[in-house]
Design a protein around this ligand. Structure first.
Ligand code: ATP
Length: 487
């Protein structure tokens, strides 16, 4: 396969190597849903673990959380999702394709048929927009709001039955547990709460493989700080999160930070910056991997209003859409989700910096960025140059031949080392082919056991990228690998 230049290349690479399959493929597939195969599930888990290690394990000021997907519906009223979480969509009159209005690009200036009858479309500023599917310009229907939340019913009988939503982000579970975490830990502001988990959005535009799906995994941090220190913490998180991708091997040329324009910002946000990756598909352009927003004190204040709405919600038959969110209390700064600073003897609602990443989307970026081709022994070699801590398999273990006691040494080593990290034992076919198989899976190291091993207890260890081989004692393999894997 040539270098990856389009989405189809990535999809077929992922399928061939057992990284990602279409969901329900044997039934013809389910649009916009994907399953991670043997290598993909390891890769994705490693991405999630690397995130958790960096933002929770290695920090004294961030704790973890694992919330349920279903929440009290009022949480979504308070957050604004129940009423407003919708995309504006329009349908191309020529080919019937539905597209998000904010995804429509302007037609190039020099195209003649810009002047087609565009009356209705022009009314909604779509006169110059081009259909991404058929290329027709300015032929769009009136934009309509398309609700993004999946809805379901909870409860077996009329009394306790109600409409609930599958969460469209993990963040709200964090806000709802802000007081719980404060009360049950000794943590003080500034501090963060982090969680990973599935989110669901009934996305309009899908055909972008795992870049945009209807069920996806997020990795979010809500970092609570004193108002006035928010700018400083925003800078801190921008740098931290940008470097996380770089430290895990993303090429610097493919990564950038892009600050949102004023008109892109949510009304409550003070600032937002996206970490963007240059994906070789779509418009072949920079696309968001993660957003880092300064959300001010908006969310905690909104949940205080949500808490004040509960009685009227019951009185009105638990109809969340019709419920009216209670006005903000005058002394809201002393409310149940406020924070008391013991040292400064001051009570306030903390500001929030939110780094919000996608595990699937970053897994895709790590995959695309790692793919490479070079030459080995006069042949083209395709290789996934994963950072060792992301690689699905860390070590391949090969006896050079299937006799003379070498497989016994190999399996003993395999049984010992697999307790610490993922290993693959392979004694089939020529050793060159076994190396190639591991290169294609992105395995960073391979150990070969040969005749000399029996004499002096040494093995060769081969590094994937340089293909350089060293001889080390077989008893040193664990220490060697631990150093490389940083574990
Ligand atoms: P977009 O404008 O692209 O729909 P967004 O700005 O609404 O995305 P956020 O709500 O900021 O996205 O979500 C935070 C992160 O969650 C995104 O940066 C992305 O990595 C991930 N994410 C959001 N929606 C999806 C999706 N449908 N599929 C996969 N990942 C997603």
């Amino acid at each position: 396969m040539a270098k990856i230049t389009k989405l189809d290349d990535i999809v077929s690479l992922c399928k061939r190597r057992g990284f990602i399959f279409q969901s329900s493929e044997i039934y013809g597939g389910l649009a916009s849903c994907y399953d991670y195969g043997p290598l993909g599930s390891e890769l994705k888990r490693n991405v999630r673990n690397a995130w958790w290690k960096a933002v929770v394990q290695m920090r004294d000021d961030v704790v973890g959380l694992d919330c349920s997907i279903l929440m009290h519906p009022l949480a979504w009223k308070a957050s604004g999702h129940a009423d407003k979480f919708a995309d504006l969509v329009t349908v191309c009159k020529k080919c019937n394709t539905r597209t998000r209005v904010d995804h429509l690009a302007d037609a190039p200036e020099n195209i003649e048929h810009v002047k087609l009858e565009v009356a209705q479309a022009e009314a909604s500023n779509l006169g110059k927009k081009i259909c991404p599917s058929c290329g027709t310009i300015g032929q769009f229907g009136e934009p309509m709001a398309f609700k993004l939340m999946f809805e379901t019913q909870m409860g077996a009988n009329a009394e306790d039955s109600m409409t609930v939503w599958l969460r469209p982000e993990t963040a709200q579970g964090i806000f709802a547990n802000f007081a719980n975490v404060l009360q049950t830990t000794r943590i003080k502001v500034p501090f963060g709460i982090a969680q990973t988990g599935k989110s669901f959005r009934n996305e309009v535009t899908t055909k972008a493989f795992i870049f945009r799906t209807r069920e996806f995994e997020q990795a979010e941090i809500e970092f609570f700080c004193e108002p006035g220190t928010d700018e400083q913490w925003w800078s801190h998180w921008k740098e931290e999160r940008f470097n996380w991708y770089l430290n895990l091997g993303i090429k610097k040329d493919n990564l950038r930070l892009r600050e949102h324009d004023r008109d892109e910002l949510a009304h409550y946000a003070k600032g937002c910056v996206d970490v963007e990756y240059k994906f070789p598909f779509g418009s072949g352009d920079w696309q968001e991997l993660e957003g880092i927003a300064n959300r001010t004190d908006y969310d905690l204040r909104q949940h205080q209003r949500g808490m004040r709405t509960i009685n009227s919600w019951y009185e009105n038959g638990k109809d969340t859409l019709k419920a009216k969110l209670a006005p903000e209390a005058e002394d809201y700064e002393k409310g149940p989700l406020s924070y008391f600073d013991d040292e400064k003897k001051k009570r306030y609602i903390p500001y929030v910096i939110e780094p919000s990443a996608g595990i699937d989307r970053s897994t895709l970026a790590f995959l695309v960025d790692a793919y490479d081709e070079d030459e080995a022994n006069g042949e083209t070699r395709s290789v996934l140059r994963f950072h060792p801590s992301l690689a699905p398999i860390k070590l391949g273990i090969f006896p050079l031949v299937k006799k003379d006691g070498l497989p016994e040494i190999g399996t003993a080593m395999y049984n010992h080392l697999k307790k610490y990290f993922n290993c693959m034992y392979d004694e089939k076919s020529a050793v060159g082919r076994r190396y190639r198989r591991q290169d294609e899976a992105g395995t960073p190291y391979c150990v070969t056991i040969d005749g000399q091993t029996k004499e002096d207890g040494t093995v060769t260890i081969r590094e994937r990228d340089s293909m350089k081989q060293d001889r080390i004692s077989k008893d040193q393999v664990l220490t060697y690998m631990r150093e490389k894997l940083d574990i």
